[in-house]
Ligand binder design. Structure first.
Ligand code: F6R
Length: 242
């Protein structure tokens, strides 16, 4: 696991954008895994800037980590909506190459199978962007999720519902379930870049990097990945002992 400490959020976002830009320049048909939430907003702004300066997304394929269950893709709090607002609507990606779980899928089990199969058919993910929950979840894989899990319909932890209430009018409106790529689906990605900023993530980052590898700390599994980089701002790195 490689750790890069950026001086602030802007630098963290630029470093992550550098890694994605380099990948796309080397491999124009790269397969990216993407995350939502507050953390990658700056990364997406950087990618939009780089697109305006010539970075070509026309052959890139993307898979998002997760989507709320029960929300239609047009719902303003859905991750589909977020991705079009922050990134896809501002770059030259082709709509057919964009993939998220369908939150409104009538048969959740079938939807999970479809998603895993589609990732496999695309040849797997070259670079997966992750955020981290303050409980160290990755995707919506909450503490206790088996490391062998693949894409599934999962229950959100109370801490996650509370943390994500800011994107909804009321906490009661936050869906209680979501589709999420599993830990095993994430570990299959050829490279992983986890971003974390702010003091609120410092304990989770320290547990993930320096604690024991345990299903109680989902992000700790990344210690076992052969090509994983954490890009942290100083506040998120504060509790690391080295
Ligand atoms: C989002 C996701 C989540 C977030 C995490 C941190 O697609 O999979 O694991 O990365 O909850 O969220 P923020 O960035 O809002 O602090």
């Amino acid at each position: 696991m490689q750790i890069k400490i950026a001086k602030d959020y802007a630098e963290m976002s630029r470093l992550a954008a550098d890694m994605i830009s380099r990948l796309i320049e080397d491999r124009p048909d790269a397969v990216l895994g993407l995350a939502t939430g507050s953390t990658p907003v700056g990364l997406y702004e950087e990618l939009v800037k780089r697109h305006k300066a010539g970075l070509d997304f026309s052959r890139v394929t993307t898979f998002n980590l997760d989507e709320y269950y029960g929300l239609h893709g047009e719902h303003p709090a859905s991750y589909n909506y977020y991705m079009w607002e922050h990134l896809f609507g501002k770059i030259n990606i082709s709509q057919e190459k964009v993939n998220l779980p369908n939150g409104a899928a009538p048969d959740p089990e079938e939807e999970c199978r479809r998603y895993e199969d589609k990732i496999a058919a695309a040849g797997g993910i070259d670079l997966q962007i992750l955020g981290i929950g303050s409980n160290a979840h990755i995707g919506f894989n909450e503490p206790g999720t088996p490391f062998g899990s693949v894409t599934s319909l999962v229950k959100l932890a109370p801490a996650t519902i509370q943390a994500n209430a800011r994107f909804f009018e009321r906490e009661e409106d936050v869906p209680r379930k979501a589709f999420s790529m599993g830990i095993k689906s994430i570990m299959r990605c050829r490279s992983i870049v986890l971003l974390a900023n702010g003091e609120g993530k410092a304990d989770a980052v320290a547990a993930a990097v320096q604690g024991p590898v345990t299903e109680e700390v989902p992000a700790s599994v990344l210690q076992l990945h052969p090509n994983c980089t954490f890009i942290l701002d100083e506040a998120a790195a504060k509790k690391l002992s080295c």
